[in-house]
Design a protein around this ligand. Structure first.
Ligand code: 13P
Length: 282
């Protein structure tokens, strides 16, 4: 069942677990993730970046594929189809018009007032279509690398202003995580996480879930994180497994080649869901 993210994240907030957001990269990944999450009875958010949207042939192609897979595979868990890091109002609107049930507007690179302004516009359109909205503040690391991994920690009062002036459903405050691989150790600011959670009273989102230690993930959930995004770790697990198997397996049919990473990808999904506490919640 395709749903927006509100109910699943509010339940996670109440019951102190987190919903996994897995980025999808192609049809097979979508299928593997859906099959495993159905088996585990976990709600799931399928994240689609603008890059993947272009790679796969547009939002409509992805929407149709997800809806048809849910139907064909008899998926009964709640599934949210979510635009990850939408860069403008127009991109968010395109995703919503194609049928996405949730969008992230990432206007974090702008000054706060402009971030609020763009986010409000997205919320106004999204609400009219029953679509949930995530916004970002601060800068998740991984780009513009400096000694601090490119991280800009979210400010507490700015986070409160963004949430109170926009009507967003959940907030991604950058608090030390990084997209992709870390240079050094992840350094999350848990005190600030807890403060932002209390003052905004919104479900919080942790981007850059790959490479964060299990104990840190658990602590983040206890500090108000309700959605954790994973991509790189799944990519590494899948590609390492494929690289190993293809040394001795001479398959040339792409269906068999892509499936070589299936078990490892599913294992990675399972481990993350166990860690987040999202299993048997639906
Ligand atoms: P990782 O690739 O570091 O897991 O981050 C994924 C993410 O945050 C997508 O928004």
């Amino acid at each position: 069942m395709l749903v927006n993210a509100c109910e699943m994240l509010n339940s996670a907030k109440k019951e102190k677990y987190a919903v996994p957001h897995f980025n999808i990269n192609n049809l097979e990944w979508t299928r593997f993730i859906l099959e495993e999450c159905e088996k585990l009875r976990t709600p799931v958010i399928l994240g689609v970046s603008e890059g993947v949207m272009k790679y796969m042939g547009g939002f409509k192609t992805i929407y149709d594929m997800v809806v048809d897979l849910i139907d064909y595979l008899n998926i009964t868990i709640p599934v949210c189809l979510h635009l990850d890091h939408g860069s403008s109002y127009e991109v968010c609107k395109d995703a919503i018009d194609a049928g996405f049930t949730s969008v992230m507007i990432d206007a974090s690179k702008y000054p706060l007032d402009k971030n609020i302004d763009i986010t409000r516009q997205v919320v106004a359109y999204a609400k009219s279509k029953n679509v949930s909205v995530e916004a970002e503040i601060g800068r998740v690391g991984g780009e513009n690398l400096d000694n601090n991994n490119g991280i800009v920690y979210a400010d507490v009062s700015e986070s409160v202003r963004l949430s109170q002036n926009t009507g967003i459903d959940f907030l991604a405050p950058a608090l030390g995580s990084v997209h992709g691989l870390y240079k050094g150790e992840p350094k999350l600011n848990f005190d600030r996480m807890e403060e932002i959670s209390k003052l905004t009273n919104l479900p919080l989102v942790l981007h850059g879930g790959s490479g964060i230690y299990d104990e840190q993930i658990k602590k983040a959930i206890s500090c108000g994180i309700c959605k954790i995004n994973f991509n790189t770790e799944l990519q590494i697990a899948w590609s390492n497994s494929l690289r190993e198997k293809i040394k001795t397996d001479e398959s040339y049919d792409p269906r068999k080649v892509i499936k070589m990473g299936e078990d490892t990808l599913k294992e990675c999904v399972r481990n993350k869901c166990e860690l987040l506490g999202s299993i048997h919640r639906v």
